[in-house]
Design a protein around this ligand. Structure first.
Ligand code: ADP
Length: 506
């Protein structure tokens, strides 16, 4: 592959992943241009980027999902490469092609290999040729409802209907019995058409006692395919991951090596380049291909932590034809890493999105702790985008240690201005199934179908809150000194942190 030194990268994304990419670029001494929507001038990535170009207004369709706008921004910026991050246009092969056709390096796979592996139906066909186990189902061309209903009965209940062009946990419907089959298929087709512009759906047997295990794959500049071991992402709500870890606590060395081989085999010969993730469902000792994600994954940091490998830098260096790695060089994973996704939502109201200004934010630094966040103090979380505002990642020598560390770190993390799911995450981390590592993708719906209870206070505590509240009306925290108080009645800004049951100065 021809080498071409990248000097300036356009980032077609926002939030914490834009920050992550900027950090990698800074270390590689590459300039960055943030292609952003108008509301995103109040974000951390905006402040960090060397250059910024506004490509449209807040709704994603008018900015981050608008191919023309993103492309024009990238061309105008004079960038020689574009990083799509994840979500938005990152898996859109037409976009990848348009970027490349404009003479800009797309940091990711070619449009053709994206079509082959990233399309859920194409990848199944490709996997079949390579004898990689597939979930029983139907992914053919016949889309007549009567025919599909027959197929559903043939497969056996429960069955999941998926949009061929779907993603991000959307466009899926569960069919539990014959009576609801027709209605669910029709509804899936309608929704798929509305959300993804295509009515095409496919069917899979629904595995209701499975774990989500995925393998990080990397293809270097020479075409060498390596794997960076596995992650387990079984803690999901409505098919979306909340907590991820590396490596999975559920694989024997034999099974791990077998699954890794399948993942590598799947990508071999596809003309792929850069980072990919091969996702499997594991049911007992049997594993089945779920899909391939042809981009960087939200949960990539846990892999980086156990292997000491920078996936984003590797992506950039590979795109400029400059990265070579072998399986033996990667070594074996060390210790254990867990990631928690921090969502701006009210955990006491079942995760209702929470928007507003970040009044105060503090991440407790320390060994083996990593914080990837999208906003700083005074920035606003709006209703326009995904509610994930940050990721907390920890590393420790073993899984028990990592769980303990994560709990401590979450308890010490302070975010005021919006609600977060931190109390919910802590409850999950304390659940015996999670501690034992035996959770399946049904874990949340099984144990957390109701919103968690807000903290309750004893009479003594309530009294303390009332008294402290009164006292604080007249005082303000002086400097950074914890609970030192100094008289200044004019500017009292305190908030009660209901989870930690304490007052914090803002
Ligand atoms: P998306 O591309 O929208 O993320 P996936 O196909 O990757 O969708 O599936 C997301 C999650 O949905 C999986 O991790 C799993 O929890 C659940 N899921 C998908 N297909 C099945 C299936 N056939 N059986 C059981 N669970 C499934």
């Amino acid at each position: 592959m021809k080498k071409k030194l990248i000097k300036k990268i356009a980032i077609a994304n926002r939030g914490e992943v834009a920050v992550r990419i900027i950090h990698a670029c800074q270390e590689l001494e590459i300039e960055t241009v943030l292609l952003h929507s108008d509301v995103d001038i109040n974000t951390y990535a905006y402040r960090l980027a060397d250059y910024k170009i506004c490509i449209g207004s807040a709704p994603s369709a008018e900015s981050y999902l608008n191919i023309e706008a993103v492309l024009n921004g990238a061309i105008a910026s004079g960038a020689d490469a574009l990083h799509p991050g994840f979500g938005f246009l990152s898996e859109n092969s037409e976009f990848a092609k348009r970027v490349t056709d404009s003479g800009i390096i797309f940091i990711g796979p070619s449009a053709d290999s994206m079509d082959l592996l990233g399309n859920k139906i194409n990848s199944k066909k490709w996997a079949q040729k390579k004898q990689i186990p597939l979930i029983p189902g139907y992914e053919g061309q016949n889309q007549e409802v009567e025919f599909l209903t027959k197929k559903v009965i043939e497969i056996g209940f429960p069955v999941i209907v998926k949009a061929a062009q779907g993603g991000g946990g959307r466009g899926m419907k569960l069919i539990l019995n014959e009576q609801e089959a027709k209605a669910q298929i029709e509804s899936a087709q309608r929704e798929s058409k509305a959300a993804f512009g295509s009515e095409q759906i496919f069917l899979e047997k629904y595995l209701d006692n499975a774990k989500h295990i995925e393998f990080q794959i990397f293809v270097d500049s020479t075409g060498e395919v390596v794997h960076l071991f596995d992650r387990e992402c079984s803690v999901q709500r409505r098919h979306q991951k909340i907590i991820e870890e590396a490596v999975s606590p559920s694989l024997s060395p034999e099974l791990r090596s077998k699954m890794a081989q399948s993942a590598v085999e799947l990508v071999k010969g596809s003309g792929y380049q850069g980072a990919a993730t091969v996702e499997f469902l594991l049911d007992g000792q049997e594993y089945y291909l779920l899909e391939v994600n042809t981009r960087l994954q939200v949960e990539h940091p846990v892999t980086e932590m156990v292997l000491g490998f920078d996936l984003v830098k590797a992506q950039i260096l590979t795109a400029q034809g400059d990265f070579v790695i072998s399986q033996s060089e990667l070594g074996l994973p060390k210790g254990h890493s867990i990631e928690c996704r921090i969502y701006a939502e009210n955990p006491f109201l079942g995760g209702m999105p929470s928007t507003g200004k970040i009044l105060y934010q503090q991440w407790p630094l320390g060994p083996g702790r990593r914080f990837e966040y999208a906003y700083e103090k005074d920035d606003s979380v709006t209703e326009y985008y995904d509610p994930m505002i940050a990721k907390v990642i920890v590393w420790d020598t073993n899984r028990r240690g990592a769980i303990k560390k994560m709990k401590r770190v979450l308890k010490d993390s302070i975010i005021f201005g919006v609600y977060t799911n931190i109390p919910f995450l802590i409850e999950i981390l304390e659940h015996p199934d999670f501690v034992e590592g035996i959770m399946t993708t049904q874990f949340i719906s099984k144990y957390f179908s109701d919103p968690i209870e807000p903290p309750t206070f004893s009479e003594e505590e309530t009294q303390w809150i009332t008294d402290t509240s009164k006292k604080l009306q007249n005082f303000q925290i002086s400097g950074g000194g914890g609970d030192q108080l100094s008289a200044n009645p004019s500017k009292t800004i305190f908030e009660f942190d209901p989870f930690c049951k304490m007052w914090r100065g803002v």
